[in-house]
Write a protein of this length. Sequence first.
Length: 404
Amino acid sequence: MSHPSMRDYIDAMDKQAFDRLGRMGNDEILSRSVEEWIADFIEKFASADIPVIYPDQVSHSTVTGEVAQYAVPNANYGNVPKVQGLIHQFHLPFTGNRNFFFYEPEGWIELFPRAEVLADELRISIGGAWYTPQVLEDIVDKQVAIIGKRLDRFRKDAERYKQDFPGRLRPRLEEKRNKAEGEAQTAAGLKYPLKKRDDAPQTYRLPATPKPLAPKAASSSAAKGHPEFTLDESDYQDILRICESMSLVMERSPTVFEKAAEEHIRVHYLVQLNGQYQGKATGETFNNIGKTDILIRHENKNMFVAECKFWGGYEGLKKTADQLLGYTTWRDTKTALIIFSRNQDFTSVISEAQRAMKDHPHFKTGPKAESETRFRYVFTHPDDKQRDIIVTLMLFNMPKPVKT
């Protein structure tokens, strides 16, 4: 089964950076020097938050449970009798983006040991009636060393990309700026006075650090003393744009993603999104519960939910929409259905998906086409038809497994 790799992450960030450059208008690019823009782009797109572990701070706890009665060569124990015993849990603290623990490094290296990835620690559990303190320590030390070695490889890959990035960005940035300067000089040389636009953009500055999401209280609910919060439309569009960029990388990388499972694809989105949005406690705004959903929570309520699914036909999409609606609790909740298709006839998939959305019992209005494969709908909440839910359907043509 294919796993996400650091190359996938780097390709995705690279595409987002140059897409961002392509969207910059003349006023914006002239508002800062080339060097200032390069520094901002490096901070935003070429600075991976690779986790740092702290082996000298490993702690230990135990829980009671079933463990194998004796050791056998087969690590899965086979049919070895089970007895009640201690399960030793070793807690390895870390800082940084936890989703990189689900990535593969470039080139072969030992697999990450089996460990539970929590908000700020890895939990390694070892159970067996025959273990001695020395054996346990040796196992933990070896596993911690493997984890450290793999993270070091990630850091080297990320640093290499960061060093190469300015050299590739500068020529295109200078070309775009020179073109903007030329057009500005042409406009300034005309004898006619320049009419100021009411909607002229102000000087733009990229955030130096991942920006926080700022939920806004709906005015009608705030007046009643029980505010309901909604995701700002600009943040919502930015989130969708990041997901779209990541999906296009998948479309164009058939050898990497042709066998990728839903849970591995989801990890890619989490890394990209958390790299650009800052959470409160753990540094993670986006997280997952269950197998496929990506969500933002505010005051223990879901405010943004996305479902990543492979195309399962007309009825399959309606069921996925039901699952998505089941997570929503607030009015004006903004959601996304990210659907990957490995069908040969992708045009038919787009048509059938739109038909399924319109035939859904909670469909209200739509679609509003935002691109050839991105459509915005309004659904009603399953428990209250007075409450609207925005559902953006995003369809992507995934690589097909090649028969050998």
